[in-house]
Ligand binder design. Structure first.
Ligand code: SF4
Ligand code: SF4
Length: 343
């Protein structure tokens, strides 16, 4: 059995995370989602309105000796967002080799992906049974499978259509030859503090347990084209490190960091309404807003006040168990000045 998790630490070098929930516009309305993701109140279509705040964010982190930026776009459906490519171009021009990730429902046409795939290093292709065009999803996935360093099909386990979702995953595996499938149980709501959805039928709970808890079964994959570099690592008691797998931590309930020191100041979260906070967990009050162009980024880490850390990017933020702070704090160059997080 694994020793206790005591930290999430940078792999080779420290990273800035910018998570941008670009708007609340989506071409789907999944029953397990909520209006905050598809309501269409905030389109944020005008790039010129937020270019200066992006400049401020980049300058702040360069001044803190952060050289690596990871930008993660979600939504809504971010591939439909007009400024998507101009924003990526901005980061390409102003930072060194930014890593660009997108969480998409893969509903854009194959032509769109052919034209734009080269902008992305990570694609999380969520499959939503109620709305997805299965053939289009598969055509896109098969096109991307050898072109994207990290591509995962994230199949959402719709409770009533569970079997159909699993059948689709089997079809994807039989038709692709470089796949990476993640079976994603539903949350009671799609937000960062939500608890797991409870599946009444035992066979569904068994399926989830079998496909999540065992490392080999948790994700089916052909290991032919995966990134070699480790960006973040799990640190276990005794000092053993391994590549971070946030899905496994969630499945094992190891995403509970209440009382831990968390360097959330390396994680900017831009909300659909333009509000900017640290982390998707909103552990800080607002630190700026797209519409005003004003931003004040804290330099302190926080003590996590939350029971769960649900978002994959929040999980990958550097953090240490309080009893092990002194043992490891010198091994990465991030200041420890801290404040108490607020609920
Ligand atoms: S595709 Fe994603 S954002 Fe859109 S409605 Fe479904 S779960 Fe919500
Ligand atoms: S919930 Fe927020 S404060 Fe807590 S560990 Fe995750 S990112 Fe850090």
């Amino acid at each position: 059995m694994d020793k206790a998790l005591i930290g999430i630490v940078p792999g080779k070098e420290k990273y800035v995370h910018i998570i941008w929930q670009v708007n609340d516009t989506c071409n789907y309305k999944c029953s397990y989602c909520n209006e905050g993701n598809w309501g269409g109140r905030y389109r944020n279509d005008n790039f010129s309105e937020f270019e200066s705040i992006l400049q401020k964010i980049v300058s702040h982190f360069k001044g803190q000796n952060y050289n690596n930026f990871k930008i993660f776009f979600s939504g809504g459906e971010p591939s439909l967002w007009k400024p998507l490519i101009p924003v990526i171009e901005f980061f390409r021009e102003n930072t060194q080799n930014p890593r660009v990730a997108i969480n998409t429902n893969l509903s854009r046409s194959l032509d769109w992906w052919k034209k734009n795939y080269h902008y992305f290093q990570d694609i999380i292709a969520s499959f939503h049974i109620e709305f997805a065009d299965k053939d289009r999803y598969l055509d896109n996935f098969k096109f991307l499978q050898y072109r994207i360093p990290y591509l995962v099909s994230r199949v959402l386990l719709h409770d009533e259509r569970f079997k159909e979702v699993v059948e689709f995953a089997e079809r994807l595996k039989s038709e692709s030859d470089n796949y990476y499938v993640e079976y994603a149980p539903l949350m009671s709501e799609l937000n960062s503090h939500s608890e797991d959805h409870y599946y009444e039928e035992e066979w569904k709970r068994k399926f989830i347990a079998e496909h999540q808890l065992d490392r080999q079964k948790e994700i089916d994959f052909c290991n032919t084209y995966r990134p070699k570099e480790t960006y973040h690592e799990e640190l276990r008691e005794g000092g053993r490190k391994e590549s971070l797998n946030s899905n496994r931590l969630v499945a094992l309930g190891e995403n509970r960091f209440k009382g831990w020191q968390c360097w959330v100041q390396e994680c900017i979260y831009i909300h659909p309404n333009g509000d900017i906070t640290m982390g998707s967990c909103r552990v800080t009050d607002s630190i700026g807003h797209l519409s005003t162009g004003e931003i004040s980024i804290p330099k302190e880490s926080v003590i996590c006040p939350f029971e769960r850390c649900n978002c994959g990017t929040d999980i990958s933020v550097t953090k240490l168990h309080p009893e092990h702070l002194n043992d490891y704090i010198d091994s990465f160059s991030i200041p420890i000045t801290s404040s108490e997080g607020s609920l």
